[in-house]
Ligand binder design. Structure first.
Ligand code: AMP
Ligand code: GLY
Length: 435
C-alpha cells in the first residue's frame, strides 16, 4: 500500500523533503507560495498559509494523509503538529510546546542550564528591554543579544563582530521586543548537525556549514542562510571526528532531557577552542542544510517517518560518501529590502549542463518563489538554490558555481560559498584558535 504524505511549507527545504519522499510515497504539499519544483513532484498542492491550522487539517483530511512533515518553524509555533495529531494524522515534527526549544530562546537556555547540557554558553535572560540594554552597556565582555522569539535568523547582534556595546544597547532599546537573552560571544567556526528524533532515539546526519552573512567574505547583515556545504563523511574539514561526536553527544543529552520530541532536532554549534558550544537549537530541518543532507541520504526518508509513526526503532540512516555545496540565489536587496514581486527567470537547462560538464550531480531546488500563470515571481525570501554533489568539496563547488548561471537578472548570489579559499580560511581560523 502506498503511503500518502503531506508536506507543509514551500521553500527550498520543503522542495528537498518532497524530492526525498516522492520516489516512495504519494506526496501532497501545502504552502502560501506556489513552488514550481514541489508542484512538479507532488500529486497535489494547496495554497494556504502554513500557520493556518484549520486549512492544514482540512487538506490532510481531503487527501487522506497517512503522515505529515512540517518544514517551517512558524507552522510548528502555530501548533500545526498538535492539530494534525488531534485529527489523527501522524506528524513528523514537534508539538508547539516541544518546539519551544527553538521558538523561545530564553526557555532554550534555561532548559539547557537546568539539564546540564554540555556546550551551554553563559547567559542572562531579561523581560524588559531597558534592563537588557543597561546590562549590555555595563558588561565588560563581548556578548550576543537575542530577542527570545522567532526572527527568521535576523534578530541577533554580536558585539565585537557586528556592533559596539553602545550600538547593541541602542538596538535593544529601539526594538519592539521585551524579552531578551544576552549571552557570551562564542568565537570559532559555526556548523550544524541535524538528527532524526523519536521516542528518545537520535539518528544524526553529517555536519553542514551554512553561511548566514549576506555578502562575500562574511560581510553584511544576517540572512536565513546564503549557502552551505558538507564533506564526504560526517565531519567538516575544520573539525575532528571527535568534535563531530561531541556535537552528537549534545543532541543526545538534549533528547534525554526533552520528555517528548518527534521530528528533526537541529543543533547549531560554534566550534570553539574548547569544543562545540550551542548557538541554538531548531525544531526542524535547516534551510539550506536540508538540501545538503537529503540528496546524499541513501535510506529513504519515508522509512524514518513511518518507523516513528509505527513505533518501530528508527533506521540508522546511511549516507553516500559524497560532498555537497549549496548556493542560494536571492532577490536583489535581500535581506534588508528584498525586491519582492519581481519577475525572474531560472534556466533549468543550465543546471543540467553543469551536471553533464562536471564530475558529479547538479540539483535545482526552488524556494520562496511564486509560479503564477504570467510567470515566476520573487517573494521577500530566498528564490532558488543549486546543489553540486561530488566526491570532494572543490568538485561539488565547481558544479554548483556552473549551475548558478541559471540565475537570470534581478537575483544575487554569494559566489564564495564552498570555494577552496573560503573552506581553507575556516581550517586556518580553527588552527589559529587552537594554538
Ligand atoms: P540564532 O538566531 O541564535 O541562530 O543566531 C543567528 C546567528 O547569530 C548565529 O548563526 C551566529 O552567527 C550568531 N550568534 C548567535 N549567538 C551567538 C553567540 N553566543 N556568539 C556568537 N555569535 C552568535
Ligand atoms: N540555516 C539556518 C536555519 O535553517 O535556521
Amino acid at each position: 500500500m502506498s503511503e500518502t504524505v503531506l508536506v507543509i511549507g514551500g521553500g527550498g527545504r520543503e522542495h528537498a523533503i518532497v524530492r526525498a519522499l516522492a520516489p516512495d510515497a504519494e506526496v501532497y504539499a501545502l504552502a502560501s507560495n506556489r513552488n514550481p519544483g514541489i508542484t512538479a513532484l507532488a500529486t497535489g498542492i494547496e495554497t494556504a498559509e502554513e500557520t493556518d491550522t484549520d486549512a492544514v487539517v482540512a487538506y490532510a483530511r481531503e487527501v487522506g494523509a497517512d503522515a505529515a512533515v512540517v518544514g517551517p518553524e512558524s507552522a510548528l509555533a502555530a501548533g500545526v503538529a498538535d492539530t494534525l495529531a488531534d485529527a489523527g494524522v501522524f506528524t513528523f515534527g514537534p508539538t508547539a510546546e516541544a518546539a519551544r526549544i527553538e521558538t523561545d530562546k530564553a526557555y532554550q537556555r534555561e532548559f539547557m542550564a537546568e539539564n546540564d547540557i554540555p556546550g551551554t554558553p553563559e547567559f542572562e535572560t531579561f523581560d524588559d528591554a531597558d534592563a537588557a540594554a543597561d546590562y549590555v552597556e555595563s558588561v565588560g565582555e563581548d556578548v550576543a543579544v537575542k530577542p527570545t522569539g522567532l526572527t527568521g535568523g535576523k534578530g541577533v547582534r554580536v558585539t565585537g563582530e557586528q556592533v559596539s556595546h553602545v550600538e547593541a544597547a541602542d538596538y535593544v532599546r529601539g526594538s519592539d521586543h521585551d524579552e531578551w537573552v544576552i549571552e557570551e560571544r562564542l568565537v570559532g567556526e559555526e556548523f550544524t548537525v541535524q538528527a532524526f528524533v523519536h521516542d528518545g532515539e537520535v539518528r544524526p546526519t553529517p555536519a553542514v556549514q551554512d553561511h548566514k552573512r549576506a555578502y562575500e567574505g562574511d560581510e553584511g547583515p544576517n540572512t536565513g542562510g546564503m549557502g552551505s556545504y558538507s564533506d564526504a563523511g560526517p565531519a567538516l574539514p575544520f573539525m575532528t571526528q571527535a568534535e563531530y561526536h561531541d556535537a552528537v553527544d549534545v543532541l543526545e543529552a538534549t533528547v534525554d532531557a526533552l520528555p517528548e520530541y518527534t521530528g528533526v532536532l537541529y543543533g547549531q554549534f560554534m566550534l570553539t577552542a574548547a569544543g562545540p558550544k550551542v548557538v541554538e537549537f531548531n525544531a526542524r530541518f535547516g534551510d539550506p542544510e536540508a538540501m545538503n543532507t537529503l540528496p546524499v541520504m541513501e535510506t529513504p526518508l519515508l522509512d524514518v517517518i513511518t518507523a516513528a509513526r509505527d513505533g518501530d526503532r528508527l533506521p540508522e540512516p546511511r549516507f553516500e560518501n559524497r560532498a555537497t555545496v549549496c548556493k542560494y540565489a536571492v532577490p536583489a536587496g535581500y535581506p534588508t529590502d528584498p525586491d519582492s514581486g519581481a519577475e525572474i527567470e531560472v534556466d533549468e537547462s543550465t543546471v543540467e549542463a553543469a551536471a553533464e560538464a562536471g564530475d558529479g550531480d547538479a540539483l535545482l531546488f526552488y524556494a520562496s518563489v511564486d509560479a503564477r500563470e504570467d510567470g515566476l515571481f520573487t517573494t521577500t525570501s530566498r528564490s532558488f538554490a543549486v546543489v553540486g554533489v561530488a566526491d570532494d568539496i572543490p568538485t561539488a563547488e565547481a558544479i554548483a558555481a556552473d549551475a548558478l548561471d541559471a540565475a537570470g537578472d534581478g537575483l544575487r548570489v554569494r559566489e564564495d560559498v564552498g570555494t577552496e579559499e573560503l573552506v581553507q580560511s575556516r581550517v586556518e581560523h580553527m588552527a589559529s584558535l587552537r594554538d
